[in-house]
Design a protein around this ligand. Structure first.
Ligand SMILES: NC(=O)c1ccc[n+]([C@@H]2O[C@H](COP(=O)([O-])OP(=O)(O)OC[C@H]3O[C@@H](n4cnc5c(N)ncnc54)[C@H](O)[C@@H]3O)[C@@H](O)[C@H]2O)c1
Length: 339
């Protein structure tokens, strides 16, 4: 990891752009940037995933500018990044979208990142925070134990779309490194684990365990658990990531990639039982079912933990919100949204 005095971008009074700002993580990050006193927050998003409701609460806020633009159109990025101090880049296709549309995934997750880096170079944007994923460690039997930043990528035995997604994030990270090496572009890569929280969507394969369980319980049905439910998942609360994005901008760190995961992993059975309990229906016992072969499923070779110690060392970040508290907030948001 390199340190340069110039790599810190204090958020207060700065102009920060959030690319993919109408996303789950983006909308939380925009709120946090405003709370920390940013002069202006530019949301750059093509709204192709229907994210308009995620930013509707910002309508009329004089400190927020919404640019409906596409990262595949370099001229739009070049125009929008003029005078921007720092960027949080979140626009991406995840596994399920990659499965439906590999062309879109390759374009947005690879070429799109290079376009963002080119706009940073052209307009002298001081720092880029790139949202990567624990998918860079891969999936399937090879994934188990402690996942640390130099854990290798495992592809064998995992669904193609998950591996394509992970590989696209590896390419995105390497494009950042390449730009640092060639142009001195400061950046921090944050490898998020599975995100959950307010404004949760149905696009992330692991978070489906939460939202589908909650939906089943609301219908009065027993929630489903695949197999014996001993599979590990490691989540992180969206508000903790909003904080991580800001800490990464403000830290002197550059040219580094770190894991940002929640306090501890859970098993799918623990997760489903916790959602049932927090939904007021602990009596609805999970039904154990076989996996649906038509659906993409993210598996590992056994119990694992995504270690976030390096994030503390590089940017001073640690997760704060427990799974129980984060789930309580997510379920309260979902209940309010449907009432
Ligand atoms: N959600 C998770 O569980 C998770 C886990 C690990 C990493 N990540 C990464 O975090 C980031 C944010 O995830 P999220 O779940 O908040 O995202 P999301 O799916 O909610 O939103 C992605 C946003 O990108 C926008 N977008 C897509 N293509 C675009 C284009 N060509 N130009 C401009 N905007 C475009 C969409 O309109 C959408 O608002 C992504 O990079 C994702 O890969 C997410």
């Amino acid at each position: 990891m390199a340190h340069k005095d110039s790599a810190a971008v204090p958020v207060k009074d700065a102009r920060i752009m959030v690319i993919g700002g109408a996303s789950l993580v983006g909308s939380a990050t925009v709120d946090e940037l405003l709370a920390r006193g940013a002069r202006e927050v530019v949301i750059f998003d093509n709204l192709s995933f229907g994210g308009q409701p995620n930013i509707a609460h910002l309508d009329g806020n004089p400190k927020v500018k919404v640019v409906q633009g596409d990262i595949l159109k370099l001229h739009q990025l070049l125009a929008a990044t003029e005078g921007v101090d720092g960027i949080v880049h979140l626009a991406a296709y995840m596994t399920l979208n990659f499965d439906r549309d590999p062309w879109g995934g390759i374009d947005v997750n690879v070429r799109g990142v290079q376009n963002v880096l080119e706009a940073c170079r052209a307009n002298k944007v001081r720092k880029l925070i790139f949202s990567s994923s624990n998918a860079v460690y891969g999936y399937g039997p090879g994934v188990k134990g402690d996942l640390v930043e130099d854990t290798p990528f495992h592809a064998a035995g995992a669904p193609p779309a998950a591996i394509l997604y992970g590989a696209s994030k590896i390419m995105g990270e390497q494009l950042c490194r390449d730009s640092f090496r060639k142009h001195g572009q400061d950046y921090v890569v944050l490898r998020y684990s599975t995100v959950y929280g307010e404004r949760q969507h149905y696009r992330a394969a692991n978070a489906l365990y939460i939202v589908e369980t909650h939906d089943a319980i609301k219908r009065g049905e027993r929630p489903k658990v695949i197999g014996d439910g001993s599979e590990t998942k490691h989540f992180v609360y969206v508000g903790d990531l909003a904080r991580a994005n800001i800490m990464a901008l403000e830290a002197p760190a550059t040219d580094v990639a770190v894991n940002t995961s929640g306090p501890e992993p859970v098993t799918t059975l623990e997760l489903v039982k916790l959602v049932a309990e927090l939904s007021g229906r602990p009596d609805l016992q999970p039904e154990h079912v076989q996996p649906d072969p038509t659906k993409v499923r993210l598996t590992s070779g056994g119990a694992f933990e995504i270690v976030h110690k390096a994030a503390k060392d590089a940017i001073g970040w640690e997760p704060q919100v427990t799974m129980r508290e984060g789930l309580r907030r997510l379920l309260a948001w979902r209940d309010a949204a449907t009432n």
